[in-house]
Design a binder for this molecule. Structure first.
Ligand SMILES: [Zn+2]
Ligand SMILES: [Zn+2]
Length: 150
């Protein structure tokens, strides 16, 4: 789960309406947050799915995190995945892919080289526990998967 700049933003992003599952259909919904891209947008209620990206929080005035859209595409490309053609892995549907990158860069060794890795590492946020475990090696290449522990 991404931490937002303030309580007002958190409650806007996580707004739960019992009449509308889709925030774009709910007249009370103001902010659309894309976890995978870390982008905030003001919803345009014209029946479509557009929003206007904002860089500052309308409530506390803080600068919002930088968009990770380019990095998202770069990271998929690095794995040889074409988001338009191939199935996008689950961790890339929300912010878990960012947590994985954060852990990988925080590990004292190259996680890809290790087998039987089982550690708990703290991600950037300090309160997200990430479980790193190994997967069977394929063709001599160790595959390390990172999974968020809720
Ligand atoms: Zn509603
Ligand atoms: Zn705020």
């Amino acid at each position: 789960m991404t931490h937002h700049c303030c309580e007002a933003m958190t409650s806007r992003v996580n707004m739960d309406c019992d009449q509308h599952d889709d925030p774009f259909a709910c007249p009370d919904a103001l902010v659309d947050f894309s976890a995978k891209f870390q982008e905030y947008g003001l919803i345009i209620h014209d029946g479509g799915r557009s929003s206007i990206t904002i860089n500052f929080c309308p409530w506390c005035g803080r600068r919002l995190p930088e968009s990770q859209r380019d990095r998202w595409f770069d990271e998929l490309e690095r794995r040889g995945i074409d988001p338009w053609e191939d199935e996008v892995p689950a961790e890339f549907q929300d912010d878990r892919w960012l947590a994985s990158l954060a852990v990988r860069s925080a590990l004292p060794w190259s996680a890809e080289d290790e087998l039987n890795v089982h550690v708990h590492a703290e991600a950037q946020d300090g309160d997200q526990l990430i479980d790193v475990f190994d997967a069977p090696s394929e063709g001599g290449v160790a595959v390390v998967r990172l999974m968020l522990v809720e």
